[in-house]
Write a protein that binds this ligand. Structure first.
Ligand SMILES: *[C@@H]1O[C@H](CO)[C@@H](O)[C@H](O)[C@H]1NC(C)=O
Ligand SMILES: *[C@@H]1O[C@H](CO)[C@@H](O)[C@H](O)[C@H]1NC(C)=O
Ligand SMILES: *[C@@H]1O[C@H](CO)[C@@H](O)[C@H](O)[C@H]1NC(C)=O
Ligand SMILES: *[C@@H]1O[C@H](CO)[C@@H](O)[C@H](O)[C@H]1NC(C)=O
Length: 413
């Protein structure tokens, strides 16, 4: 064979074999989840705790909803951006308004209707036809042995959320059969097996131990029990037909003012970016174990598709490199009252005081929440949430590395 000819043959066969290789990204179509069901704490509560225990006060909601909206933020949460992206058909991306994190306006909602998830507990104006949100602020995975008044944790922990989901599943189908008005507000039977089930919970389980004066070792020791209960919740939903799960790991709680203000932290425990290492170490330990629990769930639940999303890294990067990403003062709450972190746990965002017989808000919002990361000492601003969403949506922080719009496709085996 002539050298030139053999080269041609090699080249041609290479081209052919490349063309024959299955290309998973082009072969698979975008997922058309008919519904989203969410479980979690304040990171994804769109009105649950507010419906049960009283509305998050103004200025919560000021940036986007222009009124309190049951969210602990000036605007939307990561779950809102997930629902928005899904609602816009995973955005005919060229047509959708660019989700730049600094300019947020009413225009986005107007053009798409109001596409956000109703809280299951909200009996007013809710529309569950395409999902429901069971998250409540202050929720833990494990039920706590303290009351909400004692410790601030929601009694609507993950096990309760999961019971509420079961009840919603069963009863929605009874009302659906009756037809008429209710049918328009409730999911169809087959939506439950095709829906996306999202989870963002665990942070409060970690702080709960510290509030009981436990040491870091003691907190770590109960993490396996917490994750056992998390796995049980997933198994229960799987048992009821749920198949597609999207699980956020827990964030760097040691970078948040409410933790840095509340617990004794020595200078040597502050890392080079300003976060409290012991608390972040515990969060990372939790995440390591969560990832293992997810791997085990994939074995135990043969038809489940579970995406693990490393929200920790995204949030940590945002805080550590705030300037680079267009933000300032990552450790100072936008809405709060005084102190190093503009955070006072007795005068939280929206707190009022009576002066000369008149009630005035003394825990106010900062001038420009769009350049701030921390909203109220505990939660993120809308601008930060949008940035976080943009990082996780394309799958670069997911295991397996699969985007939100492809999360129904099984890639791990
Ligand atoms: C609450 O108390 C029970 C009984 O002592 C115990 O098994 C459980 O682990 C406790 N839960 C938490 C969150 O501490
Ligand atoms: C509930 O929302 C869905 C989808 O957004 C919509 O098609 C339906 O008309 C709404 N139902 C009512 C009663 O408004
Ligand atoms: C934790 O320790 C503080 C300070 O010693 C004490 O005031 C508080 O009552 C303790 N809390 C619990 C739940 O034991
Ligand atoms: C995912 O999106 C982020 C934010 O837009 C971007 O920085 C990153 O390069 C993207 N990753 C991939 C794999 O496309």
């Amino acid at each position: 064979m002539e050298p030139q000819y053999s080269l041609f043959v090699i080249f041609a066969s290479l081209v052919i074999s490349l063309a024959l290789l299955p290309n998973p990204t082009t072969a698979l179509s975008k997922c058309s989840f008919p519904a989203i069901f969410n479980f979690g704490d304040s990171n994804s509560d769109t009105g649950g705790l507010s419906a049960a225990f009283g509305q998050a006060p103004p200025p919560n909601g000021e940036t986007f909803f222009h009124t309190p909206s049951g969210r602990y933020s000036d605007g939307r949460l990561v779950i809102d951006f997930i629902v928005l992206a899904w609602n816009t058909g995973f955005a005919a991306k060229d047509k959708a308004p660019k989700l730049s994190h600094h300019k947020v306006g009413a225009a986005e909602t107007e053009s798409y209707g109001l596409p956000y998830l109703s809280a299951f507990l909200d009996s007013l104006g809710s529309n569950f036809s395409h999902g429901a949100n069971f998250a409540t602020a202050g929720a833990t995975i494990r039920p706590q042995n303290t009351t909400m008044a004692q410790s601030g944790y929601s009694p609507i922990s993950l096990d309760v959320q999961s019971v509420q989901f079961s009840d919603f599943h069963r009863r929605s189908q009874i009302f659906n059969k009756q037809g008429g008005f209710f049918e328009k507000l409730l999911p169809k039977r087959d939506y439950f097996s095709q829906a996306l089930y999202t989870f963002d919970i665990g942070q409060n389980d970690l702080t709960a131990g510290y509030k009981l004066n436990m040491t870091t070792e003691e907190v770590k020791a109960y993490v396996p029990d917490v994750l056992g209960q998390f796995s049980n919740a997933i198994k229960k939903i799987y048992g009821e037909g749920g198949r597609i799960f999207w699980v956020h790991n827990t964030g760097p709680v040691g970078c948040l003012p409410y933790v840095m203000d509340r617990f004794l932290i020595t200078a040597g425990q502050i890392d080079k970016h300003g976060c409290a290492s012991p608390f972040n170490d515990v969060a990372q330990y939790f995440n390591l174990r969560l990832k293992e629990a997810v791997a085990q769930l994939r074995k135990d639940l043969p038809e489940a598709t579970i995406t693990y999303v490393d929200v920790y890294s995204v949030k940590y990067t945002l805080i550590a490199q705030a300037k680079k990403h267009g933000f300032e003062n990552p450790f100072v709450a936008c809405c709060g009252h005084g102190g190093k972190y503009n955070y006072n746990r007795f005068l939280k965002c929206g707190a009022k005081k009576t002066v000369d017989g008149k009630e005035i808000v003394i825990s106010n919002s900062c001038k420009d929440p769009s350049v701030r990361i921390n909203w109220d000492g505990t939660h993120f601003t809308e601008a930060a949430n949008k940035w976080i969403f943009n990082q996780i949506a394309n799958g670069s922080f997911s295991d397996p590395p699969i985007s939100l719009e492809m999360a129904c496709h099984r890639m791990d085996r």
